[in-house]
Design a protein around this ligand. Structure first.
Ligand SMILES: NC(=O)C1=CN([C@@H]2O[C@H](COP(=O)(O)OP(=O)(O)OC[C@H]3O[C@@H](n4cnc5c(N)ncnc54)[C@H](OP(=O)(O)O)[C@@H]3O)[C@@H](O)[C@H]2O)C=CC1
Ligand SMILES: CC(=O)[C@@H](O)[C@H](O)COP(=O)(O)O
Ligand SMILES: [Mn+2]
Length: 383
């Protein structure tokens, strides 16, 4: 029986992780969960899965839930609560499906507690990949990818040697505005931006897909997960999201991982690795039904955020921290109607130009810069 703790249980990845756990009650048990502000769904999850430990984001929800949850459930809140869920319980594996760089500290604590990490929370790797990978090496802990592209690459690499890899090819759908020219992006709405062509996901990552910052973050995520130089990481537009990513080897052979777009596949693979299990209710891939697959090269002029991310990754140090924090803040301002779609990249560009890089930042420096950049973005973007 594998014991699981889950950060971000009420989100898109969180709820799909619970589906996987529920479909294999003989294989998985849920030790601990964190909930953000969706207390109604969180309470249902507590009653159904009966985790021993729960954390909520806010004190007022903690006070409310104290009266409603089973007596033997330990309840916490805030950032300390995230750490309790990540590290201070009997789980063997942490699924980190929380949103944003708030996932960094709990990830480090879970690694120090010797937990295997199934990582969906890409912002954590982008903001401080050097700290996370160094700690994982030190504590001999596995970092298992959940992000579909990285799970695909991880699957393609099984039994292979990293020195024989020529390049990693990350596929990208192009997001909700892929049919539009750059000149048509000025007045697009939040509602249109949230309409991803292939995947149903949380709001932030759906906007990131539309700006292609998602792929940019994934390039940096791939750099840290697979130790591949940026020159050997490519992005390929592939509108069907059937090929989840590919690896090209030095002999020219290319291995790809395919499947219908369903995040339960990479989630379950991380939970069962190195084995596989049936996936209950899985829609099988039928290539004759799909008929054609399309590919093209992304333009860095059309998708400026992708260029920012490659540059930030290559620059290293605190630059990816700035990229991530500015993006998190700008997307949040776009989602609440404060700035326009194109102002997301404007905010990121301003923050990158303003920042003075630190080469090997500590955790405290990263946390400080993350906060400072968010304040900067609000100051320069909110009129
Ligand atoms: N969705 C997807 O298919 C994929 C997602 N990912 C990555 O997985 C991560 C999660 O994405 P997704 O599930 O889409 O996001 P969602 O917005 O759907 O879910 C985020 C989860 O984190 C919680 N949360 C958000 N902010 C905080 C906070 N400050 N403190 C505590 N809890 C918080 C939310 O709580 P609540 O809702 O209760 O407020 C929710 O449980 C992201 O890093 C994303 O990039 C990667 C690949 C695919
Ligand atoms: C499901 C998943 O892993 C997302 O990151 C997805 O890849 C988003 O799609 P695009 O960023 O390719 O639009
Ligand atoms: Mn992805």
């Amino acid at each position: 029986m594998k014991k699981i703790s889950l950060l971000g249980a009420t989100g898109s990845i969180g709820t799909q992780t619970l589906d996987v756990i529920k479909s294999h009650p003989d294989k998985f048990t849920l030790e601990a969960i964190s909930i953000g502000r969706n207390i109604d769904l969180g309470l249902k999850q507590i009653n159904e899965y009966k985790p021993k430990l729960v954390s909520v984001q806010f004190k007022e929800d903690y006070d409310k839930l104290l009266k409603e949850i089973p007596k033997n459930t330990k309840l916490f809140y805030g950032n300390e609560g995230l750490e309790e869920v990540a590290a201070n319980n009997d789980a063997d594996i942490l699924v980190n499906a929380v949103l944003g760089s708030v996932g960094l500290k709990p990830t480090l604590s879970a690694i120090q507690a010797g937990k295997t990490i199934a990582i969906a929370n890409k912002e954590t790797l982008v903001t401080a990949g050097h700290l996370v990978t160094a700690e994982a090496n030190k504590f001999n802990v596995n970092l298992l990818p959940v992000d579909s592209e990285h799970s695909a690459i991880f699957q393609c690499l099984q039994g292979e040697r990293l020195q024989e890899v020529d390049k990693l090819i990350l596929t990208a759908s192009g997001g909700s505005f892929r049919h539009l020219e750059r000149s048509q992006l000025a007045n697009v709405t939040v509602q249109d931006a949230l309409n991803h062509p292939n995947w149903s996901m949380g709001a932030k990552i759906t906007i990131d897909s539309a700006t292609m910052m998602n792929k940019g973050l994934e390039v940096i995520e791939a750099y840290w997960l697979f130790g591949m130089p940026y020159e050997k990481i490519e992005v390929l537009l592939h509108q069907e999201s059937i090929i989840h990513s590919m690896v090209e080897f030095i002999d020219g052979s290319v291995i790809a991982q395919l499947g219908t777009p369903d995040m339960r596949v990479p989630i379950q693979y991380a939970l069962t690795y190195p084995n596989r299990l049936d996936l209950v209710g899985k829609k099988r891939l039928s290539l004759w039904e799909v008929g054609k697959l399309h590919f093209s090269k992304p333009s860095f002029d059309r998708y400026r955020c992708l260029g920012f991310a490659f540059e930030a990754g290559k620059s290293g140090g605190t630059v990816p921290t700035v990229l991530n924090a500015a993006n998190e803040e700008a997307v949040s301002l776009f989602l609440n109607g404060t700035i326009s779609f194109l102002e997301i990249e404007e905010a990121i560009e301003k923050a990158l130009n303003w920042h003075q890089k630190i080469s090997s930042p500590t955790l405290e420096e990263i946390q400080h810069i993350d906060k400072e950049v968010r304040t900067f973005v609000k100051k320069v973007m909110v009129k």
